[in-house]
Ligand binder design. Structure first.
Ligand SMILES: Cc1ncc(COP(=O)(O)O)c(C=O)c1O
Length: 407
């Protein structure tokens, strides 16, 4: 049997796996690894949501297949959330689809709208599914800068002029994973105007809508822009907002024609999440929302602990305004070796795991992503380890075995 499968060949080796392997080996050898690598929330889901799940499980008809696009109560809860939070009015029947996490929604939207060879403009670095969702669907990626400013709009303009065939869509993600960049409503206005001018689809990943640290400056939705509904679909998630990553509940909202295409694909693939999960997810969205503020406070304190303790350890970087990540330049003496090799050394010599920037695209290779997924005490411990590591940087660099020789 051939193992040369067309789709699999289009997927590069998963670089995070290489750091994971070194992490597992170090743990097996007894090391206490402080894992700031994966963006996997360590907080608990809100109690009232878990109670609702328990209360609903076992009720008549809840064990059956559910609705692929989500039960009505859940879609209405999401429409109400958009109304309250962004002032955006959504029709829950045609402008909201519940997904099995936002990642599934995004990947299946890519399947739904991509013909072989279609060009899609994706920021680099970006969350992997933003590019690979389209690659798996047979599309072609053209990278654009990730920082949401006028330069990005200019780069998008150039890409449209120089791409043959003309691109079909642009992906955005603000607050961003991995860079923590945030976008203003003015940027979205420019982007929507640009998309309309060139007849492009906009796909906005808003998974970090509620993870921000300035209470006076919550991240906007792209759909707040007048007319955005004509061209855009936006993805949100309960994974980070309610620390429910394992529950697999997210949403796609926005343009009806695009959502109908997604619903069509999904109707062949899934029967919706377990109904009690959907009922509990609706309870999460319907409030109370103190749990969201508490979540933010936990991440804000961790962010402050990270920036403060790492700075004192000799590794300075700006504090992220949103998301659960810091996107951090590799310290000078180690930058040249690249982010994968640096991340491996950090596990081996400092017992700290981070995500190598190269895993998010080639323009990420001078950076690592540090996730706020351990408590403040562990973050400060990581900083102490890093301090010792940096103090012996000369010696470490001298002893480093080149990547090529490591296999
Ligand atoms: C930008 C971004 N989008 C989507 C996801 C996945 O979210 P979900 O759990 O809703 O699939 C993540 C998870 O880390 C993410 O960082």
């Amino acid at each position: 049997m051939t193992t040369d499968f067309h789709r699999i060949k289009r997927l590069p080796p998963y670089v995070f796996e290489q750091v994971n392997r070194i992490k597992a080996a170090a743990r097996n050898a007894g090391a206490d690894i402080i894992d700031l690598g994966m963006g996997n929330p360590d907080l608990a889901a809100p109690k009232h949501v878990i109670d609702k799940l328990v209360e609903t499980a076992g009720k008549p008809r809840t064990d059956r297949y559910s609705a692929s696009k989500g039960i009505g109560g859940l879609r209405r809860a999401q429409a109400n959330y958009y109304g309250r939070r962004f002032g955006v009015k959504l029709n829950p029947d045609t402008q909201v689809i519940a997904t099995l996490g936002s990642k599934e929604g995004f990947a299946n939207m890519a399947q739904a709208i991509t013909a072989p060879g279609d060009v899609v403009l994706v920021p680099n670095p970006s969350y992997p599914i933003h590019a690979f969702g389209f690659l798996m669907a047979g599309g072609v990626i053209r990278s654009v800068p990730a920082e949401p400013n006028e330069d990005m709009i200019r780069a998008l303009e150039r890409s449209v002029v120089h791409s043959i065939p003309k691109p079909i869509a642009v992906v955005t993600c603000y607050p961003a994973n991995p860079t923590a960049y945030t976008a203003s409503l003015d940027f979205y206005k420019d982007l929507v105007a640009f998309a309309k001018k060139h007849e492009l689809i906009l796909l906005s990943d808003l998974a970090y809508a509620e993870v921000y640290f300035d209470e006076n400056d919550p991240p906007p939705s792209m759909l707040q822009v007048n007319g955005a509904m004509d061209v855009a679909v936006e993805f949100t998630s309960l994974s980070k907002t309610f620390s429910m990553a394992g529950w697999r509940v997210g949403f796609a909202v926005g343009n009806e024609r695009l959502l109908a295409a997604l619903a069509r694909v999904k109707s062949y693939l899934d029967y919706g999440a377990f109904t009690p999960v959907q009922v509990a997810a609706a309870a999460a969205l319907n409030g109370p929302d103190d749990c969201i503020r508490e979540m933010r406070e936990v991440y804000r304190k961790r962010r402050d602990a990270l920036v403060d303790s790492f700075s004192r350890a000799g590794w300075d970087f700006p504090a992220p305004n949103a998301s659960m990540f810091a996107w951090v330049k590799i310290p000078e003496p180690f930058r040249e070796m690249g982010s994968l090799e640096f991340s491996k050394i950090l596990v081996e010599k400092a017992s700290v795991a981070v995500a190598p920037g190269i895993g998010f695209g080639e323009h990420g290779d001078e950076y690592v992503r540090i996730a706020l997924v351990e408590n403040e005490q562990r973050i400060r411990q990581a900083a102490r380890n890093v301090r010792r590591f940096l103090e012996t940087a000369e010696k470490t660099l001298h002893n480093v075995v080149p990547l090529a020789a490591r296999g």
